[in-house]
Ligand binder design. Structure first.
Ligand SMILES: Nc1ncnc2c1ncn2[C@@H]1O[C@H](COP(=O)(O)OP(=O)(O)OP(=O)(O)O)[C@@H](O)[C@H]1O
Ligand SMILES: Nc1ncnc2c1ncn2[C@@H]1O[C@H](COP(=O)(O)OP(=O)(O)OP(=O)(O)O)[C@@H](O)[C@H]1O
Ligand SMILES: [Mg+2]
Ligand SMILES: [Mg+2]
Lengths: 168, 162, 162, 168
């Protein structure tokens, strides 16, 4: 379940369709302050089913849709597709036949929200189940957001327990 | 269940004890259960002793020491149950150069288990990555991908990404 | 008293509006009172609009943008009522190189009012300081001062500090 | 009221008497992780009257006294002296005659705490009054601790008001 490709359109500052392919072991994302690097992390978390707008640095979920700039109008929707490589067979059995699994999440300004797996509409639960089995869920130790690395140490011992339960 | 939690704790603790002296160049670190008798509720305490120092209370640690301890726990979990990918957003911001090198060396070792995506401003981290994705806002407010530089190619050919 | 608070707010706000475009290379920033009618209880809101972007909610700012906005407020207070000294502990950790340079330029300007003590790992910041104090733990667990390097002396003579 | 000199002994990791003189406009303090840089900031805050052990990254106030290492025993006391230059006359009138003002704070393991100004024993209130007038008090905008710069922006509007009141 390695990430092969990330496609964004209308998501936060990525108003135009943008594709990042991740074919190497260590991929670095660089650029000046405020240019959109951490927005790519938010896009991955959102696509994997993140339900809390606050956790995506917004007040409400439509804050993920491109809000306009001096030169561009607001965008009508946000769409992110995350394509995984399933050659390692880590995905749950119902996906065993697929070499690649593409998870898509879409949100329109009028609040219409959609999830798709390999272009077939599914429910949020299907997306969450896909990730739970593979250890890559959004709550696990696989994503460390900016400025939060120290929290692992300063959090309460009960909170650290949750990390261990993810790995159980 | 209790047994499963106990097995996981013991395995992660073993990795933690092995990784701590590697990141801190010595010293001792380990995990402890706050309530051994109640495996369903117990919290997990971190015990850290950098080289030459007495056991320190986590709050008294320096910024860099907290980052190294957090990363040790993170990677100990990884070694027990690798996640297919790992996303780190400027985790090395508080580290000095020597510790950044130790961290990226460890990341390189872990690529046997997982794929890494690192967001960084640090030149050391950039130099060890296999590929660099440049994100820019040449048009203010609009993010675009500008270039991909491959590590092994010294000329760092910049292919403009359509 | 109400009058004093109002005067301070207006003065600091004026400095904030002047400093914001300098640190962000454009854009607009200002302070607003949450409750204009009650000067004894009102809170202070920050309004920030980096160049080319729409007004942003502070939570949605990037790591570097938050640092720049915080520093703008800090130095606006400074310009209104300078404190004799200012101690900054790794404030530039989230900034890219271009923003570090802008920050240290501003610090240099403010030395007319105050003395600065900067704790840093950043080479750019080090290169603009007048003097570098090296702290080390050659004997593990025991801090010592090792050397003082003066900027103007290219040879950076290292005088071992007794 | 610029800082001219900082002398530490037995304070956190500075077990041996250490003197830092600050004669320049911009002084940088550098060194590897965990070597004691931020401890010098804690020393300055403590000397200026800081009463909260938590704010000095400790559980109780005697956590500021050198706690021992592999090669050194615990130290019996912590002592910090901060010498200010009063040539700008910013200090309150009763100190006008002094060109330099040395503030000392001492704490012994058995809990005996002392404050001194120019080697004369004083009360905490005298130390706080000395700093209040000059804008350099420990709560003001003159000290930004490690990792806390973003808090100025993410704190609540009422908290930011306190910053403005310090500058009034
Ligand atoms: N819905 C949206 N529409 C347009 N722009 C947005 C939206 N949401 C966030 N942004 C913009 O994205 C920018 C933040 O981007 P991001 O946090 O990814 O920066 P970064 O590259 O990580 O920077 P740093 O190096 O400072 O951490 C903010 O300036 C914000 O205005
Ligand atoms: N009372 C004490 N006795 C001995 N050592 C102490 C005491 N209090 C704190 N320390 C030690 O001081 C160290 C932290 O120092 P400090 O926070 O100043 O580091 P730093 O140079 O700022 O590092 P960084 O660059 O990582 O921020 C810790 O390792 C801690 O063990
Ligand atoms: Mg960021
Ligand atoms: Mg520090």
């Amino acid at each position: 379940m390695k990430i092969r490709k990330l496609e964004l359109q209308g998501f936060k500052s990525f108003v135009d369709r943008t594709v990042l392919t991740f074919e190497h072991d260590v991929n670095a994302v660089v650029g000046p302050n405020g240019c959109g690097k951490s927005n790519t992390v938010d896009a991955i978390r959102w696509c994997m089913g993140e339900q809390s707008a606050r956790h995506l640095r917004g007040k409400s979920m439509d804050d993920v849709i491109f809000n306009g700039s001096d030169t561009r109008p607001q965008h009508p929707f946000a769409e992110v597709t995350l394509t995984f490589d399933n050659r390692d067979g880590l995905a749950p059995p119902e996906f065993a036949a697929y070499a690649e699994i593409a998870v898509t999440r879409k949100l329109t300004r009028d609040g219409n929200s959609e999830y798709l797996i390999n272009r077939t509409p599914v429910r949020l639960m299907d997306v969450t189940n896909l990730f739970l089995g593979s250890g890559a869920g959004t709550k696990a130790y696989s994503i460390v957001e900016q400025g939060r690395v120290g929290l692992i140490v300063t959090s309460k011992p009960e909170d650290r327990r949750a990390l261990l339960e993810e790995a159980a | 269940s209790r047994r499963r939690f106990r097995e996981t704790f013991d395995a992660v603790n073993a990795h933690f004890q092995e990784l701590f002296p590697r990141l801190f160049r010595g010293g001792k670190g380990m995990l402890q259960l706050t309530d051994d008798g109640d495996l369903l509720e117990t919290g997990v305490e971190i015990v850290a002793q950098p080289p030459g120092k007495k056991l320190i209370n986590l709050e008294a640690m320096s910024g860099g020491e907290k980052t190294l301890t957090a990363v040790t726990l993170l990677f100990a979990l990884f070694l027990h149950r690798p996640s297919p990918f790992c996303l780190l957003d400027e985790v090395e911001a508080a580290l000095d150069e020597a510790n950044v090198i130790r961290l990226v060396d460890l990341v390189r070792d872990l690529t046997k288990h997982s794929q890494f995506i690192l967001i960084t401003h640090n030149k050391r981290t950039m130099s060890m990555a296999d590929v660099l994705y440049g994100v820019t806002m040449q048009e203010p407010g609009v993010s675009k991908l500008v270039s991909v530089k491959l590590r092994q190619d010294e000329a760092l050919q910049t292919t403009a990404v359509a």
